[in-house]
Design a protein around this ligand. Structure first.
Ligand code: NDP
Ligand code: GDR
Length: 365
């Protein structure tokens, strides 16, 4: 039985990856942080009573800022594969907490690599590093591929730049099977509520159900290459099954503006949005409403721009070329953007019907 250790198992990707590896017959260990509120919602369905005999899923308390803890967990679990998904992953928040972000996302990766070395596991343990399209930042080349120069535009991206290169360095210096997956944005119904896609789909559901008046967003012109997290965790696994360690771009090759994502999400509940004006004057108004279940007044403004959501430096355009992954990993995404948007909106409508949440109060970032 192969043994995997996932850092960041309580996050979006951690949950999908844990499910995938359990399906493949792995013993899955995960690192979770202690928090004052329960933070295992995304993986509660995988929980196994530790008193049971045939256990194949176990959680350990830990933190990317604590080397001794990481060394102990790796020593105890002796993993064949480590997936380093833990990170302070919000780009805008990284401007508020740059030092912590560098510590967890940058030095945290070094701590894992060093732990493998200290324990003499260089030849046994393979490691996947969750690198990101944010490394490309200010556009140097379109579409972005493995050879495109990096130009990070946030403390998050700069921390991830360090993590990218330290992973490459440990591969070259110590012969470790250490790989970067340079993943473009990927979303799902499990996406954190403060990332733009989920913020939009939750708000669309709440507006359609009469529980929210307006969705406030930042830069509507930003363009992202959005895929589905389920397809992307499959790529992570494939990257670690190769004969030689290499880095791969994972992307759909299609880019879409935030504004268009908004339009598509409202269309899922039968609402047509019209935009007028430019920049901060941009606004979204209901032009038509064709669903009997959702009655929103024609002419009502349901989208507005709030500059508070702008970033000091923005990444305007991301579009990836995943030819290498398609050729070498035989990776092929199952989802396109319309299928993704539909799934996210459907789930959020169901959640909001069930919980009667006041969404707008939870949307800070
Ligand atoms: P999430 O924000 O959903 O999950 C991040 C995970 O990291 C959570 O489990 C979180 O724990 C954990 N974490 C954060 N800080 C620490 C820490 N100091 N010690 C231990 N654990 C910590 O991110 P995603 O699942 O979306 O992304 C997974 C990884 O992939 C991240 O590294 C992200 O930067 C990267 N990435 C994501 C992309 C995307 O589009 N989703 C694209 C490219 C890269 P808790 O639940 O307690 O907060
Ligand atoms: P990103 O994702 O920064 O690409 O990082 P996010 O969804 O936060 O932003 C995407 C784009 O939308 C614009 N935007 C807004 N963003 C948020 N969060 N809230 C808003 O109200 C809003 N309005 C407009 C942003 O300015 C941006 O241009 C994600 C994270 O998962 C990273 O961890 C990962 O590395 C990258 O994707 C690839």
């Amino acid at each position: 039985m192969k043994v995997a250790l996932i850092t960041g198992i309580t996050g979006q990707d951690g949950a999908y990856l844990a499910e995938l590896l359990l399906e493949k017959g792995y013993f899955v260990h995960g690192i979770k942080r202690r928090s004052s509120l329960i933070n295992t919602d995304r993986i509660d369905h995988l929980y196994q009573d530790p008193h049971e005999k045939h256990l194949n899923f176990r959680l350990h308390y830990g933190d990317m800022t604590d080397s001794t803890n990481l060394i102990r967990i790796i020593q105890e679990t002796q993993p064949d594969e480590i997936y380093n998904l833990a990170a302070m992953s919000h780009v805008k928040v990284s401007f508020d907490t740059p030092e912590y972000t560098a510590n967890a996302d940058g030095i945290g990766t070094l701590r894992l690599l060093e732990a493998i070395r200290i324990l003499g596991l260089e030849k046994k343990t393979r490691i996947y590093q969750a690198s990101t399209s944010e490394l490309y930042g200010l556009v140097q080349e379109v579409p972005q591929r493995e050879t495109t120069p990096f130009y990070p535009r946030s403390p998050y991206a700069v921390a991830k730049l360090y993590a990218y290169w330290i992973t490459v360095n440990y591969r070259e210096a110590y012969g470790m099977f250490a790989c970067n997956g340079i993943l473009f944005n990927h979303e799902s119904p499990l996406r954190g509520e403060t990332f733009v896609t989920r913020k939009i789909t939750r708000a669309v559901a709440a507006i359609a159900l009469g529980q929210q008046d307006c969705l406030y967003l930042g830069n509507l012109d930003a363009q992202r290459d959005w895929g589905h997290a389920k397809d992307y965790v499959d790529a992570m696994w494939r990257i670690l099954q190769q004969d030689t360690p290499e880095d791969f771009v994972i992307a759909t090759g299609v880019t879409t503006a935030v504004r268009e994502f908004v339009r598509m999400a409202f269309a899922e509940v039968g609402i047509t949005i019209g935009f007028s004006g430019e920049g901060v004057k941009e606004k979204g108004v209901v032009v038509a409403c064709d669903n009997e279940d959702f009655q929103v007044a024609i002419g009502k403004q349901v989208v507005a721009v709030d500059p508070a959501y702008f970033r000091p430096t923005e990444v305007e355009l991301l579009i990836g070329d995943a030819t290498k992954a398609k050729t070498k990993l035989n990776w092929k995404p199952q989802y396109d953007l319309s299928k993704l948007v539909k799934e996210m909106v459907d789930v959020d409508v169901r959640i909001i019907k069930r919980k009667d949440l006041n969404i707008s109060k939870t949307m800070f970032v």
